[in-house]
Design a protein around this ligand. Structure first.
Ligand SMILES: [Zn+2]
Length: 332
């Protein structure tokens, strides 16, 4: 058993409490590689922001859970070295799909876990979430639950259809499960193809897809039912069109990739939404920089030559999200 406290990590309780009261949201960035980890830490330190580094099932399959745990520990030490004496970094399991995987992560230094029972029958979702909460709270680990189903494809998480969270269920669910935060479905979606062209309108000038707006009415109803309770948005990449254009200009093929407009995420951040998950935007920033670099330097073959601009581009994106969208800068 390794407690996250030994690693210098923090759980999400305090950061969420402050974020809800302060009208901002904590960034939750997924990571799989050293370059992503470095870019996240540099961005968080330079903006004095708390940050959640999260690990999906796909990340564990790709990078190995033990390595990612040590990378999170390294992230804390790296932040200190960069001049931040008390960094607030949470290591979070994204979309845990069983009690066992949540327990394994808690036992191995994670400070926060998600149990995603959104695809299960309601009572079963409550029962397993409660089991995770009872175990997690013994070690002061915080638990995120999910109610409502998001569409889209994420690392081994996919659903063809979304179902908005039913506001009438949230009090019963959060009370009986004991979860510390709740991921809801109000129209965000996983992946870089969040909406089909049929769900969108098209901007006549640019030809780009304009996605349907988030269901703020549902968010507000949930806030009324659970005043001050931390709400989480998954699938909240914006799929920046300049990165998509760069990818497509240098040999990529991502037609009609579209995300959640940043104005809507900015509005959500001011509400009870206190954690916003961003994964695809980092992938796009990395890929755009690598494609551009290799196209412009066909003689380069040292990975450091193209991973360095990739890391810089991700860092720029993370800082933009923290400062211009979530408002978590200066909140350490
Ligand atoms: Zn998710």
């Amino acid at each position: 058993m390794t407690s996250y406290k030994e690693l210098g990590l923090v759980n999400t309780r305090e950061m969420f409490k402050k974020a809800v009261a302060g009208g901002y949201a904590i960034p939750a960035f997924n990571f799989n590689t050293m370059e992503q980890m470095q870019a996240i830490v540099q961005a968080a330190v330079e903006t004095s922001s708390p940050v959640i580094m999260q690990v999906s099932k796909g990340a564990r399959a790709y990078a190995n859970g033990t390595i990612l745990r040590y990378m999170a520990q390294g992230a804390v030490e790296y932040a200190k070295e960069l001049g931040c004496p008390n960094p607030q970094i949470a290591l979070h399991l994204d979309h845990g799909d069983s009690f066992e995987i949540c327990k394994e992560c808690i036992d191995n230094g994670f400070s926060s876990v998600m149990f995603d029972g959104s695809h299960l029958p309601y009572e079963e979702n409550i029962a397993i979430t409660k089991q995770v909460v009872e175990y997690a709270h013994k070690y002061d680990v915080t638990v995120e639950a999910e109610l409502g189903v998001l569409a889209g494809v994420e690392d081994e998480v996919s659903a063809a259809e979304s179902h908005y969270t039913k506001p009438e269920e949230v009090i019963d669910f959060s009370t009986r499960s004991g979860c510390d935060s709740l991921a809801i479905s109000i129209g965000t979606s996983h992946g870089a193809y969040k909406f089909t062209p049929e769900q969108c309108t098209r901007d006549p000038k640019t030809g780009k897809l304009v996605p349907p707006p988030l269901a703020f009415n549902i968010l507000h109803q949930i806030e009324e039912k659970l005043p001050g309770f931390p709400i989480v948005l998954h699938g909240s990449s914006s799929v920046p069109q300049d990165e998509v254009d760069t990818i497509n200009a240098f040999g990529g093929k991502l037609p009609d990739a579209v995300g959640i407009p940043e104005e809507q995420l900015r509005e959500a951040s001011k509400s009870a939404v206190c954690k916003i998950n961003i994964d695809s935007d980092s992938r796009l920033a990395m890929t755009a920089a690598i494609r551009k670099h290799l196209a412009e330097h066909p003689d380069h073959f040292d990975p450091r030559q193209y991973l360095k601009p990739a890391r810089e581009n991700m860092k720029k994106m993370y800082i933009h999200k923290i400062v211009d969208v979530l408002g978590s800068n200066g909140k350490l």
